[in-house]
Design a protein around this ligand. Structure first.
Ligand code: FAD
Ligand code: NAD
Length: 396
């Protein structure tokens, strides 16, 4: 047919918001929309630290994509994208090929290992439902194995590399989970050690120093040991080696040291910085009027010339504008410039504890923890209305 083909790659924060907005704005038979995702579910990346530690269920962390979009209006294709061919406007899937007139790349990022030896082989990462199920099982297995050989105290050491928001949120959940695990496996809690190793001179570099101090106090009280200003320089089957040559023996290394753009974006031939493409103010890839890149694969700068950090918040806002601009282009109308509206930052510190900044206001403790719940619920509401809030929301 002659109607334009729109292909959206990835059904994460950016992809889902794009697809939903397209489905709302497009008229009948105005365009064909296809949404490609490797799973038939959408998962809440911002919630993954909980099922990873075992403090919440997988069920609370994902929803079937078919519940979020209208399959009469959008073709849902469950497949792995293998290649993006810009020169002939095609996307190669593991089991077929799609051609497009408009392409939206929303494939999300990948862990950045900075070439640190052994990380890819011996560390685990908090990236997907599959990766966090592995982490949860692995942690429980270490407790079980320790009971079979109590000489292996390293099985009760847990190393988290990187104290950015992902690292901090995960150690908080893990610390909350340890007492329960100790009880279940008859292990003396004094034998368990959680190490959070951070290369920068402070945890949560760049965040409000007073709140960082508060967060570290909360986590230290929960039993976390921080190694700040100390980089991990190698990961081995026995644990990690720090820049100081100190070794921490551990059967569990979780890498939260940063993320980069998707390898498919590099492979497509875009000019990238750590896998991310500097897009224009309409969210288009340079030199490609019909290719939009949003979320963790895109790079945008604020007025001070600093890149916006890759967050769910910006990915969602980009999704809405991106869909609008694709529709505008089809209708020969003016596209909208993307302007990021920062709603603030909330980081959980485990049960009943969090830190937050909203504008110039700071929140901590119980109030911030309520804010975190509100942010999560707001997201469920945006993508699935009240029914999704009721089905997936955490009220307590
Ligand atoms: P994603 O949401 O990662 O979605 C990408 C989608 O593409 C996925 O569904 C994936 O399965 C699919 N996909 C990938 N490759 C392929 C392929 N080859 N073929 C087919 N499908 C593929 N940000 C916040 O703003 N607030 C928070 O509180 C927050 N908390 C976080 C907590 C954790 C533990 C982590 C890890 C991140 C957190 N973030 C948070 C960051 C946020 O999750 C990301 O910035 C956001 O998910 C990016 O959205 P995206 O649409 O670019 O990609
Ligand atoms: P990040 O890049 O923000 O943090 C990684 C940390 O690892 C940094 O502090 C870095 O100094 C450290 N590091 C790097 N190399 C190291 C080494 N060799 N040894 C020790 N430490 C090392 O990554 P992230 O925490 O995964 O966050 C990714 C993005 O997702 C960010 O934009 C973040 O804002 C967002 N996010 C937000 C939230 C939230 O808002 N609650 C939660 C999680 C993630």
């Amino acid at each position: 047919s002659s109607i334009p083909k729109i292909v959206v790659l990835g059904a994460g924060y950016g992809g889902i918001l794009t697809a939903q907005k397209l489905q709302k704005e497009l008229n009948y038979n105005e365009a064909d929309v296809t949404l490609v995702n490797r799973h038939d579910y959408h998962y809440f990346t911002t919630h993954l630290h909980m099922p990873a530690a075992g403090t919440d269920s997988i069920d609370h962390t994902r929803v079937q994509i078919s519940k979020l979009i209208d399959e009469f209006k959008i073709d849902l294709v469950k497949s792995n994208v293998q290649e993006i061919r810009l020169y002939d406007k095609k996307v190669i899937l593991e089991d077929g090929t799609l051609s497009y007139d408009y392409l939206i790349i929303a494939l999300g990022g990948e862990p950045e290992s900075f070439g640190i030896p052994g990380l890819a082989e011996h560390a685990m990462t908090i990236r997907s439902i599959n990766s966090v199920r592995l982490i949860r099982q692995h942690i429980e297995y270490q407790f079980a194995r320790y009971k079979m050989d109590e000489n292996r105290k390293d099985r009760l050491n847990f190393v988290i590399g990187g104290a950015g928001f992902s690292g901090i949120e995960f150690v908080a959940e893990l610390a909350d989970r340890i007492p329960g695990l100790c009880k279940e496996y008859d292990v003396d809690p004094a034998l368990v050690h959680i190490y959070n190793v951070e290369a920068a001179p402070t945890a949560l570099p760049g965040f409000d120093p007073e709140l960082v101090e508060y967060a570290m106090d909360v986590l230290k009280k929960k039993g976390v040991t921080f190694k700040i200003g100390t980089a991990i320089k190698e990961c081995t089957p026995k644990g990690v080696i720090l820049a100081t040559d100190e070794e921490i023996k551990s059967a569990t290394v979780i890498w939260t040291g940063g993320i980069r753009g998707n390898r498919l974006v590099d492979a497509a031939g875009f000019e990238t910085m750590r896998g991310r493409v500097k897009i224009d103010e309409y969210l288009r890839a340079p030199g490609h009027e019909n290719v939009f890149i949003i979320g963790d694969n895109s790079l945008m700068f604020n007025e001070e010339g600093r890149p916006y950090p890759p967050t769910a918040q910006i990915a969602m806002q980009q999704g809405v504008i991106c869909a609008h601009n694709v529709v505008a282009s089809i209708r020969n109308q003016q596209p909208k410039k993307f302007v990021f509206s920062n709603k603030g930052t909330v980081a959980s510190l485990g049960k009943g504890e969090a830190i937050a900044t909203v504008g110039t206001k700071k929140f901590k403790g119980w109030t911030a923890a309520q804010l975190k719940k509100l942010v999560d619920m707001r997201y469920l509401f945006i993508i699935g209305g009240i029914p999704l809030v009721l089905r997936k929301g955490r009220f307590f």
